[in-house]
Design a protein around this ligand. Structure first.
Ligand SMILES: C[S@@+](CC[C@H](N)C(=O)[O-])C[C@H]1O[C@@H](n2cnc3c(N)ncnc32)[C@H](O)[C@@H]1O
Length: 458
């Protein structure tokens, strides 16, 4: 039996904060090959000023999610939605807006002590996107907890809510029971995916790993778009163009960051989905995409052949590129496209010293690519390279920025950068590498590769 689901499906997860709803729904959707729609994609709920503002936020979020679900329903998508805490009265319209297919409500529940313990962990984790909200729940039990504790009773029936079945999941004891009926094959897959999510939670920590990268982008997210020239450069963004079919295509932006590249495709009328390792970056991408998920490029939470185009802009150097491109190949349909856009080493001759320079100034970067490296990796994954586009721009970086990112080499930033200036002046004057009073500048070279997944797999 394939663990993946191939028919349209809508699963809505709800539960109070601290019931592992987000963790379980994300893992569950990955296991079944469904799209995961986190509630924060529709606007994150943060420290509401009062009960009234919390209610307004919830309502706004609710209308946004209904619009998205209607579109996904037309696409016959398999959707697992982490609905946050949703009033029972709102669940019925969520199910009603999705056209005929199996519909399932999963309520995550946990005993108050384990909820509180989990909320404490989240409140102390600076990388957690819900840190502030967890803190506010712990600190103001009379406001938010009270609202959230309007828990629907166990007496509700699937028919009342407009779904086929309700599963109550107890995440204190990792048990579950189902009310209502589902097709036996589907129920078996759902049971498998739930057990898998439980086992993973018990066996590992609750993150996707890659902690240093996550921490870096959690810190950087508020000023991400202002700190470096390339990010919003319109010429560079325009190089992402691909001759896509004249319809709204499904585009996946892998390592989407704040969604700048997605936005370019959204503006052309396509349906963009972002996925990023950093929840803080995903949240910022949400307004620019159909929905924004957090997850790893090495384990994409999407079904095979779901996308007309996958896009990877300035992300491959943070991860294992062969595996990430294999995963990308899997989720792109036959005849679909891949665009990889990245800053590269100017030439193979310059590459070793450029690597040295980047190791010191950007230690999170796992590797430096030349254009030939990227072409080789893309071909190895099974794509055919169709076009290569070049660009360059001046990049400047202040010593403050460097200081913030990493510790200076023993000699300090200025002596180190002066040595680099000298080396590059002889080896690669095109880099125009210059050290000024409190910053350094150089010409950054970019390649954008357009590739295609063959129609027939050889
Ligand atoms: C330099 S930013 C690029 C963002 C965006 N593509 C753009 O063009 O602005 C790199 C992004 O890749 C994400 N990232 C790094 N490793 C990743 C991985 N293994 N899976 C998914 N995202 C990852 C980071 O969290 C970050 O948001």
């Amino acid at each position: 039996m394939s663990p993946l689901i191939s028919q349209p499906l809508l699963v809505l997860f709800t539960g109070l904060p601290g019931t592992l709803k987000t963790y379980i729904s994300c893992r569950f959707s990955q296991r079944l090959g469904c799209m995961w729609l986190p509630s924060f994609a529709f606007g994150n709920i943060k420290e509401p000023e009062n009960e009234n503002s919390l209610q307004i936020l919830r309502t706004t979020r609710y209308y946004r999610c209904i619009d998205t679900l209607k579109t996904l329903s037309l696409l016959s998508a398999r959707v697992v939605m982490d609905g946050g805490f949703m009033d029972p009265i709102l669940q019925h319209p969520v199910f009603a807006c999705y056209s005929a297919c199996p519909k399932l409500l999963i309520r995550c529940e946990a005993e108050p002590d384990s909820r509180l313990a989990r909320l404490r962990i989240r409140a102390s984790d600076a990388m957690d996107v819900e840190q502030a909200s967890a803190e506010s729940i712990i600190n103001s039990p009379t406001t938010k907890i009270k609202i959230d504790q309007a828990v629907p009773s166990n007496t509700e029936t699937p028919a009342e809510l407009g779904c086929d079945a309700i599963i109550h999941v107890d995440t204190t004891h990792f048990k579950w029971h189902i009310k209502g009926t589902l097709d036996a094959g589907l129920q078996e897959k759902i049971a498998f995916a739930l057990e898998h999510a439980f086992n993973e939670f018990r066996a590992t920590d609750k993150t996707f790993g890659h902690d240093a990268v996550k921490r870096n982008f959690a810190d950087l997210s508020p000023c991400y778009e202002e700190t470096t020239e390339w990010r919003t450069n319109t010429t560079l963004l325009a190089q992402l163009r691909v001759d896509l079919p004249k319809r709204a295509c499904n585009v996946l932006d892998i390592g989407s960051g704040t969604g700048l590249a997605s936005q370019w495709y959204t503006e052309q009328g396509h349906n963009c989905v972002g996925v990023d390792l950093s929840p803080q970056m995903s949240v910022r991408a949400a307004p620019r995409v159909l929905f924004s998920a957090f997850g790893s490029a090495l384990d994409l939470p999407f079904f095979d052949a779901s996308f007309d185009l996958a896009l990877i802009r300035q992300m491959l150097h943070y991860t294992e590129p062969t595996l990430a491109l294999q995963e990308t190949f899997r989720v792109v349909r036959a005849g679909g496209f891949l665009v990889v856009s990245a800053a590269i080493a100017l030439s193979d001759e310059v590459k070793p010293i450029w690597e040295e320079f980047k190791n010191v100034t950007q230690p999170l970067r796992l590797r430096v690519f030349s254009e030939a490296d990227l072409i080789k990796l893309i071909k190895q994954a099974g794509f055919a390279v169709l076009e290569t586009r070049h660009n360059n721009l001046i990049r400047s970086e202040s010593f403050d920025q460097l200081e913030h990112r990493t510790t200076a080499p023993g000699s300090g930033w200025v002596p180190f950068l002066r040595v680099m200036e000298k080396i590059f002046a002889g080896l690669a004057p095109q880099l125009e590498f210059k050290v000024n009073e409190n910053m350094f500048t150089y010409r950054q070279y970019w390649v954008t590769l357009v590739a295609q997944k063959p129609l027939v797999n050889h």
